[in-house]
Design a protein. Structure first.
Length: 53
């Protein structure tokens, strides 16, 4: 499994996006979006090219 690393800017963008979701759509939406991101990043680390689906 590959390691997914994010720049400081990307990390800040992700944090801001999650905060925005929480403030505008509520905690449930924030949790759902966080889980979607975790899943996407895990998938990316397991298959960086996306061809092995």
């Amino acid at each position: 499994m590959a390691t997914v690393r994010f720049s400081a800017t990307a990390q800040a963008d992700i944090t801001k996006t999650i905060a925005y979701t929480d403030e505008n759509f509520g905690r449930g939406a924030r949790r759902r979006d966080e889980q979607l991101l975790v899943t996407a990043f895990r998938d990316l680390s397991q298959d960086p090219t996306g061809f092995n689906r």
